[in-house]
Design a protein around this ligand. Structure first.
Ligand SMILES: [Fe+2]
Length: 183
């Protein structure tokens, strides 16, 4: 699978810029996780990049979200390993998380939202000065960015990471692409 082709397909299927940024942030986080855990950076990155490609096509229908995404990923040449991770990141289907890749995508996805929200409440709305510990503080505030599912984020324990370590990895990874994220 070629990243440029994947990006082109994303641009063809997704018009919401924030959704594209969310997928770029998830890609960066997944790459960092793969590096940290000694996994395949390309595979993990592409899984993150592709995971929400069907969100606009499926509208608010959670019964098709991620099923279509997995199919689109396969059409782009994704392996079954990648397609499965995409498929089960939507809990609605009740498909168990099996591989490390499944689990990593599942917990990295909502962390990006929490980190972006923690950035947007800063006076300068920039990631440069954002510290992992302030994201950790926000994690404990249930009402803050409530859509960023804390239980889901905490599943990082299933890939052998402490929450603090996981947040730190996500913050560092997203800072590296802050410009692409407009942050
Ligand atoms: Fe997502």
């Amino acid at each position: 699978m070629d990243r440029e082709e994947v990006l082109e397909s994303i641009k063809a299927n997704v018009s919401n810029e924030n959704l594209v940024k969310h997928m770029l942030a998830t890609e960066a986080s997944m790459r960092a996780l793969a590096r940290h855990l000694g996994e395949d950076e390309e595979i993990w990155g592409l899984t993150g990049l592709l995971h929400d490609i069907d969100v606009e096509l499926t509208g608010s229908d959670m019964s098709t979200h991620s099923k279509l995404g997995a199919d689109l990923a396969r059409e782009l040449g994704a392996s079954e390993e990648i397609a499965h991770a995409i498929l089960c990141h939507n809990e609605t289907h009740g498909i168990p998380l099996e591989t490390k890749l499944d689990k990593a995508l599942f917990c990295a996805d909502p962390l990006t939202g929490l980190i972006i929200a923690a950035t947007l409440v800063r006076p300068d709305k920039k990631m440069a000065g954002l510290e992992a510990r302030s994201v950790r503080r926000r994690f404990k505030e249930k009402a803050f960015a409530a859509g960023a599912n804390r239980q889901q984020i905490a599943k990082c324990s299933e890939i052998g990471l402490e929450l603090d370590e996981f947040i730190e990895l996500g913050v560092v990874a997203m800072k590296e692409i802050a410009e692409d994220l407009g942050l």
